[in-house]
Design a protein around this ligand. Sequence first.
Ligand code: ZN
Length: 243
Amino acid sequence: MNNGLSLAGETICLQLPGMNQIKGAFHFFGTRHGIGAERLLVRLRLEGQVIQVKQVHGDGILKIATDIPDPPTEADALMTDTPHRLLVVSTADCVPVLIHDPITGAVAAIHSGWRGTLLNIAGKVVREMALQYGTDPQSLYVAIGPSAGACCYEVGEEVWEAFEKRYPETRRLRGTTTHLNLTDWNRRHLVEAGVPHHRIFTSGFCTLCRPDLFYSYRRDCKPGQPITPRGKQQMESGVMKCP
Ligand SMILES: [Zn+2]
């Protein structure tokens, strides 16, 4: 079950109830009807500065103290313990992962596609939060948002082999086909990094299965066509420390 915020009959964002019950942070996962992080803050009368940088499908982690560094840095994970900094990532099939440490107040937002997942970006963020903020992984709460689900996300042999090479225990789902479950991989990396299983919440939504709610790069962008025929067809998700 998802809590959501609606506007004119459309769901503009989702919030996971498990994550929402933990005080000290605000989080949301955008939908295709989203109004953007800036306008969402205004609408909710929340004080905040949107922080978003260029994503490059890597495992770079950017620590935000007050503002975006100048010149802006490329990164696929943002973290901060400064209040009122809304850390935002954009996705359309890749996995948005939002982290909150209610003890130190630190938060993190991760963009984890197959490349980031292969690089264990989620586990690296947990370890970096421990180094930078003294976070105990056991105290973290994590929300994993809508992404391409194992139902639909079939990858090529080269991607599959990259996973098998790095994680020899990789099991093929659906017989001989190569359907990756990115949500499960991220969950697994978080658990390996020390986050308790029961503190990791997932949306349960597949972006390809729900065109009514989500953009999907794979479904909506055909080869040879412009990637963004109608503008920026990505969804913004974010997390912010709110004292
Ligand atoms: Zn699906």
